[in-house]
Design a protein around this ligand. Structure first.
Ligand SMILES: *Cc1c(COP(=O)(O)O)cnc(C)c1O
Length: 361
């Protein structure tokens, strides 16, 4: 079986975890502090606040950026549910804008249209889907013109770059996830990054029950803290992230070189000056069900990211999105399929994936 995702855990992670065990400080402590510093340095932000997951990081990011009940926030419908759920956690309202067919990311042209219709919109929550950065020149023009708060969901884009600048450094605040399927892991975990001191200070309070000093609670907060055990794994994984990403890119290049000329599928495109971190290698195919049968027969893992646009989910339908129709994401949700691209694939694995897709039809 070739899995769709596989974390690479070696003796180095195990040794670091044992250091935590021996220290007796299992919860939040020095390892978390080190991880926050190293990860925020790596991305290029002044501050990092580690969290228990990418989802809790999103919740904190929006609240610390000042998102409040009733605010309207533009976002993409073609993502994991956590992105827009975080808007609901703040009592704010997601305004879904359709995606670009080639990049799978939210369409800057359609954001502009929506802003012209509704200039009261307060923020923009973008997702660099599959590890491909959004078009940041166009996004930043809109953000500047309308004075929007920009939140970057980088849960799939550790180390991805737009014009040599890492994603996570463009907005007011950004989040990453360290779930085991992502480009690097801490088990469960996440982080909020910002270079804005006020946002950092609010995020620090929010993740830790609003405590500014022991048992003194300034605001309503949560326990969303990362553990030292998770941070220990993250410290080792971070050192390997560039190597992991390079391997993902090489695997993606191999798939693209060999699948590019098949007329019944469309391989992912990487525009010039984009550094794609290939969290997923996602192709478009008309006959997805048949392709899935072939992959299953050869025991090749796959994923459908995502089969249902967020606003089509039952919970969102009940929230009043039942009349919304965004044609591009609806069409692509029926055509996309992700193939294994993770760094533990062997040459034989890659060959089998290529042969299976070539023999399909
Ligand atoms: C994984 C993911 C999240 C949530 O991260 P968790 O760590 O699983 O809570 C949020 N947004 C996107 C785009 C993701 O892929």
């Amino acid at each position: 079986m070739i899995p769709i995702a596989k974390p690479i855990i070696t003796d180095k992670e195990k040794e670091k975890i044992m250091q935590v065990m021996d220290s007796g400080m299992l919860a939040c402590g020095q390892f978390v502090k080190d991880f926050e510093e190293k990860f925020s340095d790596y991305i290029g932000c002044n501050y990092g606040i580690a969290t228990s997951s990418g989802t809790t990081a999103l919740d904190i990011a929006l609240k610390s950026a000042g998102i409040k009940e009733g605010d309207k926030i533009i976002t993409t419908p073609f993502t994991f549910i956590a992105s827009s759920n975080s808007i609901l956690y703040s009592g704010a309202e997601p305004v879904f804008v359709d995606i670009d067919r080639n990049t799978f990311n939210i369409s800057p042209d359609l954001i502009r249209e929506k802003m012209e219709e509704n200039p009261g919109i307060k923020a923009l929550l973008i997702v660099h889907l599959y590890g491909l950065p959004c078009n940041m020149d166009e996004i930043m023009d809109i953000v500047d013109e309308y004075n929007l708060i920009l939140i970057e969901d980088c849960a799939q884009a550790h180390g991805a770059e737009y014009c040599s600048q890492k994603v996570g450094t463009f907005g007011d605040v950004a989040i990453f996830s360290f779930y085991p399927t992502k480009n690097m892991t801490t088990g469960e975990g996440g982080i909020v990054l910002t270079s804005n001191k006020e946002i950092m200070e609010r995020a620090r309070l929010l993740v830790n029950h609003g405590q500014s000093s022991r048992y003194y609670h300034e605001i309503l907060g949560y326990n969303y803290r990362m553990t030292n055990i998770a941070a220990a794994i993250g410290l080792v994984q971070l050192e390997k992230l560039d190597t992991f990403n390079k391997q993902r890119q090489e695997n993606a290049a191999y798939l693209t070189d060999n699948l590019n000329n098949l007329e019944y599928i469309e391989v992912p495109q990487v525009p010039k000056n984009y550094f794609h971190s290939f969290h997923q290698y996602t192709i478009k195919v008309e006959q997805r069900e048949q392709l899935i049968s072939c992959l299953q027969e050869k025991e090749i893992g796959y994923g459908v990211h995502y089969p249902i646009p967020v606003y089509k989910q039952p919970f969102y339908q009940k929230q009043g999105y039942d009349r919304l129709n965004l044609p591009v994401c609806e069409e692509l949700s029926k055509k996309v399929i992700s193939l294994p691209v993770h760094p533990s694939l062997s040459k034989e694995d890659l060959k089998l994936i290529v042969e299976t897709i070539k023999s399909f039809k």
